[in-house]
Design a protein around this ligand. Structure first.
Ligand SMILES: [Zn+2]
Length: 119
């Protein structure tokens, strides 16, 4: 008798199966490529991972890092949209060590073109 896969195994399999194209996924891919280009231009130091020494990095999708409300003020929380910093994670594919780049800064550098260029 075949045993049913457990829910975690099913969830992992679903996340790894090819996704149908969608405007959101295509937009994410374009943004990732843009950020990858900006990071490649800016990253002039040795690229060895400080944890494991490999240099296999992956630019991930942009994430929001929500600000934490620090005062117990329900009126503030209700009246204000949650604020967030926007970052581009770049992770070592060997050990998982991850660094964050500020997305707005990368966008600005991308739009300026190659840093250090004259004229
Ligand atoms: Zn590493």
């Amino acid at each position: 008798m075949a045993k049913e896969p457990d829910p975690i195994t099913l969830a992992i399999a679903a996340s790894q199966s090819p996704r149908p194209p969608s405007p959101e996924l295509e937009a994410r891919e374009r943004l990732r490529e843009k950020h990858q280009q900006a990071i490649a231009r800016l990253w002039t130091k040795p690229s060895a991972c400080p944890i494991c020494g490999t240099d296999r990095w992956n630019v991930a999708d942009t994430v929001d890092m929500p600000l934490r409300d620090v005062a117990p003020d329900l009126a503030w929380a209700i009246a204000n949209v949650k604020q967030a910093y926007v970052y581009v994670p770049v992770g070592c594919t060997n050990c998982g060590y991850t660094i964050l780049f500020h997305a707005g800064t990368l966008d600005a550098r991308f739009n300026e073109g190659y840093p250090g260029r004259t004229g």
